[in-house]
Design a protein around this ligand. Structure first.
Ligand SMILES: [Zn+2]
Ligand SMILES: [Zn+2]
Length: 275
């Protein structure tokens, strides 16, 4: 490690049907890798059967909370474990999502966009639809949804803020429309006082890049938008993955601290190189 480890706030459990490992195994891996704090953030239940195959059911939520709380309590002396959730932003579901958020004392709730309309654009099963759409439109629609997710004010952090690039399709270089959509997204994040996640998950995906692109990190840093870190671990081995690389990017744009969450309150943690 080049840097003192910071909290990793993005990890899943098998309840979402596409992750492996018990919460305890994520915690053990975090300790092994020198982390002092993690947060579990499994894919939340959503109303109306939305994306049901890729998330927990509402009736699994109590069990999720019990497991995370019990690991949190058991590991308290050696690791801080936060109780979080990755909720989807999908227009029309806000009321139900808000009820779920209000129903528990979360440490943080991350809002993520995984759908444009009925298209799960980051789902490998729907990758073929990339061949039928206009890529520039997709990027603009995506950033518009992320902006709207921030504008709801419901979320503490905004997950993997340019997930749209996951499979490597690129908006036309220098697109003014995409540049504008990106900037409007960042202005919405800034106005809502939410936090942008810098995520190493893209390093493990076809795009092979951190989310968001360094151009977006640069713009956000200049605006004073704060960051938190997430590995988006879907297996214990991924805990803390790519943390140094993400911190290098933040450092290079003058970001000197990241956010830590507790009961939906924020505090800042300095980024420190290990000497
Ligand atoms: Zn997932
Ligand atoms: Zn996600």
């Amino acid at each position: 490690m080049k840097y003192q480890p910071i909290p990793d706030y993005h990890m899943h459990t098998p309840r979402c049907n596409h992750a492996v490992g018990e919460v305890r195994e994520y915690a053990e891996m975090a300790i092994q890798r020198g982390l002092q704090e993690i947060g579990m953030s499994d894919h939340s239940p959503m109303p109306g059967g939305f994306d049901a195959a890729w998330r927990m059911d509402l009736n699994e939520l109590p069990d999720y909370l019990r497991e995370v709380e019990s690991v949190r309590d058991e590991f308290a002396a050696k690791l801080t474990v936060r109780v979080g959730l990755e909720a989807d932003f999908h227009p029309g579901t806000e009321e139900d999502v808000q009820m779920m958020i209000d129903g528990y004392a979360w440490d943080y709730v991350m809002g993520s966009v995984h759908y444009i309309g009925d298209w799960a654009f980051d789902n490998p099963d729907e990758e073929v639809r990339w061949e039928q759409i206009n890529i520039e439109d997709a990027y603009c629609d995506y950033f518009d949804l992320v902006a709207r997710s921030a504008a709801t004010g419901m979320f503490d952090s905004i997950g993997h803020p340019d997930l749209i690039k996951k499979f490597g399709q690129r908006a036309p270089a220098g697109s003014k429309r995409v540049d504008k959509a990106e900037s409007l997204m960042l202005e919405a994040v800034k106005a809502s006082e939410s936090v942008l996640e810098i995520s190493s998950a893209g390093l493990r995906k076809p795009v092979g890049e951190i989310y968001p692109h360094s151009r977006i990190v640069k713009k956000a840093a200049a605006m004073g938008v704060p960051f938190c870190f997430g590995s988006d671990a879907h297996a214990p081995v991924e805990v803390g993955h790519g943390m140094d690389a993400c911190l290098d990017v933040l450092q290079s744009y003058g970001v000197r601290e990241v956010v830590a969450f507790e009961k939906r309150q924020r505090r800042m943690i300095g980024i420190r190189e290990i000497r």
